[in-house]
Design a protein around this ligand. Structure first.
Ligand code: HEM
Length: 426
């Protein structure tokens, strides 16, 4: 497989796609976005990678929760789902309040409100629009009523109907989440009070509910899934990218910045507000659509967005906490029946348990899996596989190029598809 089909500078979506499925304005929107992300990646290319101390600038980092951005509870036709970050942005009008957003809206809002790097935000946005939406937009919750999505819905067959993030199990919605139950044994979309209570009862770190809390929480939830969910499944994309993201994002994006804590501090009240929880310990209550941006909340340093690079380093840090997490695989139908797949066999020897922890390898493996596994997956999901693939590889290629991934000559996804809980996975 070629690590990069397009060079950083020349990438653009083929113009003739405009005549097939994507309208000229949607194509222009996507091309603008890819150009913006590519420019941002290029600008950073030559910069020295020294960890800078975060600087606090109140005016630049204050996020409004009033006026046009006041909280409005979603109505019965508005969609909300498993991601508290997207829910809260829709509740405050940073994303469309109906819960259906375009790739550009998802990327820009995640970047501006939370300081997510454009590269990471664009990747998540396109990935969600491809695996759970209609290639140009996505419901952040359940299946949208017909006509809500702006893109290709009309040209898709029944199998290709966009489902929204609620129904994206193994593609985006994953097992062992911080506060959501596993799909086969509970509700993967709503916050579970018991899990929230367990998280907030953890001893606080120097920055509140920081990574010293999140790392062991993830290990605990992983073990919990293996012990209780016969269909627990952790493929490479889940294990190395999506699942660590849910824990890292909780601290990295929800933490409040201040002159005292320019790098962030996440306290209980802030976490409750973002997760839509009210009440006190022992008596918490979660409300659907209740996620709110707290008063006097300041996002991360404008000059230090959370890039794929930072995310990768912390995701690997998480794997180092417990070597059990390096293994991909799942239960074989009953609790505690975990069987791992040998990464060496899966990748024709390119990756192994040791080198997966080096450099960007874990993230490379996850992204390469998406590239390799996407064609089969998309065949059942979207009408126009070619358009979907071009869109996905268009975003993945510049990312893979900056990560300098080793090339995988052989990839054997059949090793993973045998798991009973693997349905829908890449
Ligand atoms: C395009 C952007 C994004 C997409 C498509 C997306 C999608 C998702 C999905 C599908 C989940 C559920 C995964 C699971 O099963 O746990 C999730 C979880 C989560 N997301 Fe997002 N997300 C995005 C951006 C953000 C942002 C900007 C934040 C900022 C705070 C965020 C914070 C979280 C957190 C904390 C969880 C874990 C929920 C929990 O179990 O407590 N996400 N996201």
């Amino acid at each position: 497989m070629s690590a990069s089909l397009f060079s950083l500078a020349t990438f653009a979506f083929p113009a003739n796609l405009a005549n097939v499925d994507i309208s000229a304005s949607q194509l222009a929107e996507i091309n603008d976005l890819v150009a913006k992300v590519t420019r941002d990646l290029k600008e950073r290319e030559g910069q020295p990678k020294v960890e800078k101390r975060a600087i606090f600038n109140a005016d630049a980092q204050r996020i409004s929760n009033t006026g046009a951005h006041r909280y409005i509870a979603p109505g019965p036709n508005d969609l909300r789902g498993p991601c508290p970050g997207l829910n809260v942005m829709a509740n405050h009008g940073y994303l469309p309040r109906n819960g259906v957003a375009s790739v550009a809206q998802l990327t820009t809002a995640s970047n501006e409100v939370f300081g997510m790097g454009l590269d990471l935000a664009a990747f998540l946005a396109v990935y969600s629009a491809v695996v759970a939406g209609d290639l140009t937009s996505c419901s952040i919750g359940g299946k949208p009523k017909s006509g809500l999505l702006g893109g290709l819905t009309s040209s898709l067959g029944l199998l290709g109907e966009p489902q929204g993030l609620n129904l994206s199990h193994n593609r985006f919605e994953v097992d062992a989440s911080p506060t959501r139950r596993d799909q086969y044994i509970g509700d993967p979309v709503s916050l579970d009070i018991e899990l929230f209570e367990q998280m907030v009862n953890s001893p606080l770190g120097p920055n509140g509910y920081d990574l010293t809390v999140m790392y062991p929480r993830r290990v605990a939830r992983f073990k919990d899934s293996i012990a209780t969910n016969g269909h627990a499944f952790f493929g490479p994309v889940v294990q190395y990218a999506l699942q660590p993201a849910t824990y890292l994002f909780t601290y990295q994006f929800f933490a409040n910045r201040s002159a005292e804590y320019p790098e962030g501090y996440l306290d209980l009240e802030t976490l409750k507000s973002f997760q839509g929880v009210t009440g006190e310990k022992g008596n918490f209550k979660w409300t659907w659509g209740g996620e709110k941006i707290p008063d006097n909340w300041y996002r991360r340093d404008i000059l230090q967005p959370y890039l794929i690079e930072s995310f990768t380093a912390e995701a690997v840090g998480m794997l180092l906490v417990d070597p059990e997490l390096i293994v991909v695989g799942g239960n074989t139908g009953t609790p505690n029946s975990f069987a791992g797949v040998n990464v060496v066999d899966l990748t024709g020897g390119v990756y192994n348990a040791q080198n997966l922890l080096e450099g960007n390898n874990a993230m490379c493996f996850a992204l390469q899996n998406i590239q390799q596994g996407a064609p089969d997956l998309l065949r059942g999901l979207v009408g126009n596989v070619v358009v979907a693939l071009q869109k996905l590889t268009g975003v993945l290629d510049p990312l893979l190029a900056t990560l300098n991934c080793p090339q995988i000559a052989k990839y054997d996804p059949l090793l993973l598809s045998k798991y009973p809980g693997a349905e829908g996975s890449i």
